[in-house]
Design a protein around this ligand. Structure first.
Ligand code: SF4
Length: 394
């Protein structure tokens, strides 16, 4: 099994992990294209390391020259990471899809226990999944749930404890801020009490789900009956204060406006200024199968790549931008590496949420496949753990 070491450790194949930030330059062609597209001022800000404004974000969305926007995002990506592109070995387990909320974009949840396709995995079943995959040398389990009103809080703490007994070195990244908010309301605890009990039972970090779109106009339509923007941000603020690292997301391409996307990333940037606790931002592409938004077309490849690029440019304080390949498809994930992305998630064994929404990507990729797809995109693969420590070659 891979040993996890620190970021100063050389990669297999002799690639040093230090990134020479002085090297990346915009090509003269990109310089001229940005000037022609009216983005000369934004280009100068980015080159000079200056923060972009809300209006700059809107201008980047309005720009006709997608490749020029991509080149600018790539400059930032290469300044931070060179060609390094991160992945890990993980499994996704979603122990229950019973959920009292009715988010109109969701294809995963079922309202009540006993509804067709509603399910609950017992603790032993989740632990058994991990045991069965022992030979895959997983370093992370990613676990999220519906907001299930039929479970005691001890179900979650028992689950965490049992997973730690089964594989003590497995990093448990679990429970969205929406779930933490639900636990606090439903079981009558403060956010701090919920987080502390989960951390004591084995929770290591939190995923970034449930953010959707913060702006109240869109959020009210998409998911009116779960944690609002301030509550989502309050949970992450507290998690950071309590010593946990977390991720953050944005659901894009459904009914939101580009103004609301820019507003969303600025709110994340502000919290990151305050705490520094986010590791990675993951723009999540809307899928329209098996949900109530089936008449809304899915975002185009161009809109998807632009959203990655604008996110990279606006989130100057975010270490990583991740493309979640099961949702994007392999080719678009590869292309995104030229649009600001430096992480393509992991092996993602047993993904369920996006496949229920119509994703036609494979159920998991082997480590060798991930390495190959990154190399074919002209980048350098780096296996990491959840906290971005580099894993040595097996
Ligand atoms: S997105 Fe989450 S909270 Fe909303 S219905 Fe689906 S499982 Fe429930």
């Amino acid at each position: 099994m891979s040993a996890i070491s620190d970021l100063s450790r050389p990669l297999a194949g002799g690639q040093p992990l230090t990134v020479d930030a002085s090297l990346p330059r915009l090509s003269p062609v990109a310089h001229r294209a940005l000037e022609r597209a009216g983005l000369g001022t934004i280009r100068d800000k980015v080159v000079g390391g200056e923060r972009l404004s809300y209006e700059d974000g809107l201008a980047l969305y309005a720009c006709n020259d997608l490749s020029a926007v991509g080149a600018l995002a790539n400059l930032v990506r290469e300044r931070k990471h060179g060609d390094l592109t991160y992945f890990n070995r993980n499994i996704h387990v979603d122990p229950t899809n019973v959920c009292v909320a009715e988010c109109i974009f969701c294809s995963f949840s079922r309202l009540k226990t006993g509804d067709p396709n509603a399910y609950l995995m017992q603790v032993d079943e989740v632990v058994g999944r991990v045991r069965d995959l022992r030979g895959k040398f997983l370093t992370e389990i990613h676990m999220v749930n519906g907001l299930n009103p039929d479970l005691p809080f001890s179900y979650y703490t028992d689950l965490l404890k049992a997973l730690k007994v089964e594989q003590p070195d497995l990093h448990i990244k679990a429970f969205t801020a929406v779930e933490i908010h639900f636990f606090a309301e439903f079981y009558g605890m403060t956010y701090e009490e919920v987080l502390q009990q989960l951390m004591d039972a084995g929770l290591d970090s939190m995923p970034g789900g449930g953010a959707e779109i913060f702006h109240p106009r869109a959020r009210k339509k998409l998911c009116k009956d779960k944690a609002d923007a301030d509550e989502w941000l309050a949970v992450h603020r507290l998690a950071h204060k309590m010593g946990m690292r977390t991720n953050c997301t944005m659901l894009f391409g459904s009914i939101e406006r580009v103004e609301e996307r820019v507003d969303h990333v600025i709110r994340l940037r502000e919290l990151q200024d305050e705490t520094g606790g986010f590791q990675t931002f993951i723009p999540l592409r809307f899928h329209n199968t098996n949900n109530r938004l089936r008449k809304i077309p899915e975002p185009t490849a161009g809109d998807t790549l632009r959203t990655f690029a604008v996110s990279r440019l606006m989130l100057d304080n975010m270490p990583h931008i991740k493309a979640y390949w099961p949702m994007l498809g392999i080719e678009l994930a590869q292309l995104s590496l030229d649009f600001g992305v430096d992480d393509i998630d992991g092996t993602v064994l047993e993904e369920r949420i996006y496949h229920m929404a119509g994703a036609d990507t494979p159920q998991g990729l082997a480590r060798a496949d991930l390495i190959s797809l990154i190399r074919r995109a002209g980048r350098i693969p780096v296996e990491r753990d959840t906290l971005y420590h580099v894993a040595a070659e097996a």
